[in-house]
Design a protein. Structure first.
Ligand code: MSP
Length: 544
């Protein structure tokens, strides 16, 4: 075990296999991928987990409706997720499937540990359950329908079915003997944790939401189901006359540690787990923060394990003010958008135009605007114009920088300053999960380079042999700005960055492992062949 490695373990939620991936699940995954790529470029030993949540009633029902067994169903759909992530250039390290034998075994070991510690007991569950969300709801969270004799005992209101406070779909009433986790016991522990560790949950609004929920008190959590077959057996009930399967969320949350060796049994697995855990960040959508910020940390604490350093929640993607979803008919598929905008156009749009952490409206119009304005005009055009000027005026090779021969070249100095400040600005933004802010900072350099080219007019300098040094300096500096931009945009637009680097006669940006050093000004070797190539982004028309 080398002490030098610096682990950066990050995760996405594992997605339900009840449908193919959509823009919402792709959004969480993309944000995690951009962070993973960025951290790799800083030299961190990144381990990026994504995967599938394959158990539970919802998946079981989807399979039955399709006339398949649950295992056939998940085996059929799993490759569709892997394909979608490939199409989006998502570079994960491990793809979890909760039907995997090793995961099941480790989950059982985790549950057994809690059972032996006295944190799990048997009791009667009576209440409402949301199947699409796989969530139990307390009576106090639910609004009973008008005709249900409000305020009465929930059980008496079985005839009138309330809707889920989260997704608004009808709940189902469940009454059965279950096994419970002593969640309520950890209320004060969790309050202390979030009060004392502001970085434990972001953004701040979500942390406040969790704190106020905690202060209102917690109920113990049912962690088993008597009538759901498609799940991991609770080990101590397996041979009893009342065998139960694990509540799907209990099984799913544990994937974050089974993926890195927890409970696998070998010394190497234990070492891996000790090295990787706790996770640096769990990426989640705002709809699943209670699971990740209340249930999961309590489970970990009960098992004597450290808590994740940060859980970060993003908002929803909205179209025309509404949550985008299939049932509303306003869903767009990742493939449709990749066809139109290319993979990097897709990645750039979601990271630049939607503020991470709050709800964001997306539209075709905005996508076209970003694509044409930021990518085709600002970035793509800068490269084409510049590379063709180098072709025309310098026989296609990078000129040598002549030194500060024109003291009045304030714009040249300004360009270098913008580049010099970039590392600190991007780092600061990325540490705050402000992807859009990081890209905006990078665009300051793109804009400065365009301005510099415009103001110094190389086409005029080229006409005057006396100004050859000045021409060399302008072209060299702008090429250097392009190199730096390609490095900083590589986490978001890996293909384009590697292409620009190759046109500059350089190795791939995505292979960099010390971004700060690589982005220091002046490293483009004079004499490199510069290739113009096709436009990086072709302008588009809006369809709306
Ligand atoms: N299986 C659970 C997670 C278990 S993690 C231990 C689950 N799966 S899910 O398939 O429903 O995917 C959840 C993820 O997709 C969340 O991060 C959620 O916010 C995201 N999105 C689903 N629709 C969304 C939008 N319209 N917009 C943005 N993201 C949303 O929950």
């Amino acid at each position: 075990m080398t002490a030098k490695r610096s682990s950066y373990y990050l995760t996405t939620p594992i997605y339900y296999v009840n449908d193919v991936p959509h823009l919402g699940t792709a959004y969480t995954t993309l944000a995690a991928d951009v962070m993973a790529r960025y951290r790799r470029m800083l030299g961190h030993d990144v381990y990026f987990l994504t995967g599938l949540d394959e158990h539970g009633q919802k998946v079981e029902q989807a399979a039955t409706a399709a006339g398949m067994t649950p295992q056939e169903w998940v085996d059929d759909l799993a490759p569709k997720f892997a394909d979608a992530w490939k199409m989006l250039n998502i570079n994960y390290d491990v793809f979890m499937r909760t039907t995997d034998g090793a995961h099941k075994k480790s989950v059982q070991a985790f549950a057994a540990r809690l059972y032996e510690n006295g944190d799990i007991y048997s009791g009667n569950y009576e209440g409402w359950y949301c199947l699409p969300d796989e969530t139990y709801w307390a009576e106090s969270d639910i609004e009973m329908p008008e005709d249900s004799g409000e305020g009465g005992d929930v059980a008496q209101n079985e005839g009138a079915v309330p809707n889920c406070p989260d997704c608004n779909r009808p709940l189902q009433f469940v009454r059965e003997k279950n096994w419970f986790f002593r969640l309520s016991k950890y209320t004060d522990f969790l309050i202390d944790h979030y009060e004392n560790n502001p970085q434990a949950m972001g953004p701040d609004t979500r942390r406040n939401e969790i704190l106020s929920f905690l202060r209102s008190g917690l109920h113990d959590l049912s962690i088993s189901r008597a009538n759901v077959e498609w799940g991991i057996p609770l080990p101590w009930t397996e041979d009893s006359d009342d065998p139960q399967t694990m509540y799907v969320w209990f099984d799913a949350l544990i994937n974050y540690i089974t993926a890195i060796g927890f409970g696998a049994g070998t010394e190497a697995d234990d070492e891996e787990f000790a090295y990787r855990w706790p996770a640096q960040v769990h990426y989640v959508g705002k709809d699943i923060i209670r699971f990740h910020c209340i249930i999961w940390p309590a489970m970990l604490h009960a098992a004597g394990l450290a808590l994740p350093k940060t859980v970060y929640a993003h908002g929803f993607l909205l179209t025309k003010g509404e949550k985008m979803s299939k049932s509303r008919g306003n869903a767009m598929t990742p493939a449709e958008l990749v066809d139109r905008f290319g993979v990097d156009g897709y990645r750039y749009y979601f990271m630049r135009d939607v503020s991470f952490g709050v709800d964001g409206s997306i539209s075709d119009e905005a996508m076209v605007q970003r694509f044409n304005g930021d990518l085709a005009n600002d970035w793509g055009n800068l490269c084409s114009r510049l590379f063709s000027m180098v072709g025309k005026y310098c026989e296609g090779v990078a000129p040598a920088y002549v030194g500060d021969i024109h003291a009045e070249d304030a714009e040249g100095a300004a360009l270098r300053d913008v580049a010099a400040e970039l590392f600190a600005r991007v780092e600061d933004a990325m540490n705050r999960f402000d992807y859009s802010g990081a890209l905006n900072a990078i665009w300051d350099l793109v804009r400065a380079a365009n301005r510099y080219l415009e103001d110094s007019a190389p086409w005029g300098l080229a006409k005057d042999p006396e100004k050859a040094d000045q021409l060399a300096n302008v072209l060299y500096s702008t090429l250097e700005a392009c190199r730096v931009v390609a490095l900083y945009t590589a986490a978001t637009m890996p293909e384009t960055s590697d292409e620009v680097m190759s046109r500059l006669g350089l190795g791939p940006a995505t292979a960099v492992i010390d971004l700060e050093a690589a982005a220091k000004w002046g490293q483009l070797p004079a004499g490199n062949t510069i290739r113009k190539g096709d436009p990086l982004f072709q302008r588009l028309e809006s369809t709306t």
